[in-house]
Design a protein around this ligand. Structure first.
Ligand code: ZN
Length: 246
């Protein structure tokens, strides 16, 4: 088995026998930032398992605007939802370039059909994403921008395992659904406090402990849920999850 396969948390949770079957078909590919990935979500030819790249899950609105609703990274599989009868909103768009493991959908679908373990890991990802969407919704309604900004940067650190990101104020404003000027003001406060360093198109975390102090509790809620998901898995899900793709 290629050692890189265990650097994606979704794959790492699968039994070694399954990974050995994936191995001859798995390729490490470079994923470039930018561009809408609508086509990716409508295709069923590949599943992507991010290693270092990060996706924003974006929802298109009737007026043409897209709203950011979540982050996907090394814990996730991108495109697995094409193969099962669960649905979640949003289209993934690459926001941090990097590497991902690519696997043909028919290979993954065959394992999904045969293996309860694979179905459980897919189910866990959906529960974790649903939880994250709920927390983000509550956070957006309740918590001030300063805390939401700190929380969002912490979450990006969590899904990317990086401390420095190529991000403009404009992009951060899009992810938080606010004006760019408001983000610039909040970033200036965090910079003055020595928590972040910002330069043209870059944001660097200097003091992650202090950044957690600026964040709301929603960041910890997301991380704790990674463990809760396994406890909350409903009985029989590995049997009942229906494979519909390929
Ligand atoms: Zn919050």
């Amino acid at each position: 088995m290629k050692p890189v396969m265990t650097q994606n948390e979704f794959l790492r949770q699968l039994p070694a026998t399954i990974l050995d079957k994936f191995d001859p078909h798995a390729e490490l590919v470079q994923i470039a930032r930018g561009g809408g990935d609508k086509a990716l979500m409508n295709r069923v030819d590949f599943i992507y398992f991010p290693v270092t790249c990060v996706y924003s899950l974006e929802m298109s609105m009737a007026d043409g605007f897209t709203s950011h609703i979540g982050l996907l990274g090394y814990r996730d599989a991108i495109g697995a939802r094409n193969l099962i009868d669960l649905n979640l909103p949003g289209v993934p768009r690459v926001i941090l370039s990097g590497y991902a493991i690519r696997l043909r959908s028919d290979v993954f679908a065959a394992a999904l059909s045969r293996s309860p373990e694979v179905r459980c890991v897919v189910h866990d990802q959906f529960v974790r994403m649903s939880h994250s969407l709920g927390v983000t919704n509550a956070c957006n309604l309740r918590h001030p921008l300063q805390r939401r900004l700190a929380r969002w940067i912490l979450n990006l650190n969590y899904v990317s395992r990086l401390n420095c990101f190529g991000l403009t104020h404009e992009e951060l404003a899009h992810f938080l659904g606010v004006r760019r000027e408001a983000v610039t003001e909040m970033l200036a406060r965090l910079t003055q406090a020595g928590v972040l360093k910002t330069s043209r198109g870059r944001v660097e975390i200097l003091d992650i402990v202090a950044l957690r102090g600026f964040s709301c509790e929603c960041d910890q809620g997301d991380q704790a849920n990674v463990e809760d998901v396994r406890v909350d898995r409903p009985r029989g899900v590995e049997r009942d999850l229906r494979v519909v793709g390929v």
